[in-house]
Ligand binder design. Structure first.
Ligand SMILES: Cc1cc2nc3c(=O)[nH]c(=O)nc-3n(C[C@H](O)[C@H](O)[C@H](O)COP(=O)(O)O)c2cc1C
Length: 209
């Protein structure tokens, strides 16, 4: 039986996004929108979907949390041996997607991902709550395990010592090549602007919705 979802719809009634509203630098525009999302207390405002594809070309996507951003890129932390880690080793091109539902906004950021330094990984690892450190140390992310108990036993084992940042765990930084800002508008006639990196700076274009 087909489940019919055609009636699930709402209007995206928000103010226009005009070229004159946009900052010259896409990073400043991103900072502006993220700050609004944080100020308004949106749940998981720093959550972003990360799309990767390994050498087989098959896309895979999952959510990670943005932990820092600056002129060099956007940083998140993960297990280098995970599926995303393997994909990024084979193909460092990736895309990030933020969706701030209550603001009728999405931002897509495409670019190339590199690992942050070991020092950076250790500094962030140490800033995390102890329980999160233990979980990261216990988990070989994306690998199968027989049952939940086996995972909890690994955590218990680690509790006897001082958790250290696993060698295979750390930061990734996506260096943006392209940003798209999407503002939902009435009747699905949305506003979209794309910044593309050029040698001379950023090229800005409006796209049809
Ligand atoms: C809200 C949310 C935040 C998450 N944050 C992270 C994160 O920062 N780093 C991470 O490795 N996984 C995070 N995850 C888990 C990932 O979505 C994913 O399950 C995991 O990284 C394994 O992905 P992979 O097998 O494709 O590598 C988060 C999941 C959710 C729903």
């Amino acid at each position: 039986m087909t489940e019919d979802h055609r009636h699930v719809r709402r209007e995206y009634a928000s103010d226009a996004l005009r070229r004159s509203d946009l900052r010259n630098e896409p990073l400043a525009q991103f900072t502006n929108w993220l700050s609004r999302a944080l100020e308004d207390g949106l749940t998981d405002a720093t959550a972003m979907s990360l799309a990767t594809a390994g050498s087989d070309g098959a896309p895979s996507v999952r959510i990670v949390l943005l932990k820092a951003h600056d002129k060099d890129g956007l940083t998140f932390y993960s297990d280098y041996g995970s599926q995303k880690g393997q994909n990024l080793t084979e193909n460092p091109k990736a895309e990030l997607l933020f969706h701030w539902r209550e603001h009728n906004r999405q931002v897509r950021i495409a670019g190339v991902v590199e690992r942050t330094s070991r020092r950076d990984a250790e500094a962030y690892f140490e800033s995390r709550p102890l329980a999160s450190q233990l979980s990261a140390a216990a988990s070989e992310q994306s690998q199968p395990i027989t049952d939940r108990q086996a995972l909890e036993d690994k955590v218990t084992q680690l509790q006897y010592g001082e958790p250290t940042c696993p060698e295979n765990w750390g930061g990734y930084r996506l260096r943006p090549e392209k940003f798209e800002f999407w503002q939902g508008r009435e009747n699905r006639l949305h506003d979209r602007f794309v910044y593309s990196r050029r040698d001379s700076g950023w090229q800005l274009e409006r796209l049809q919705p």
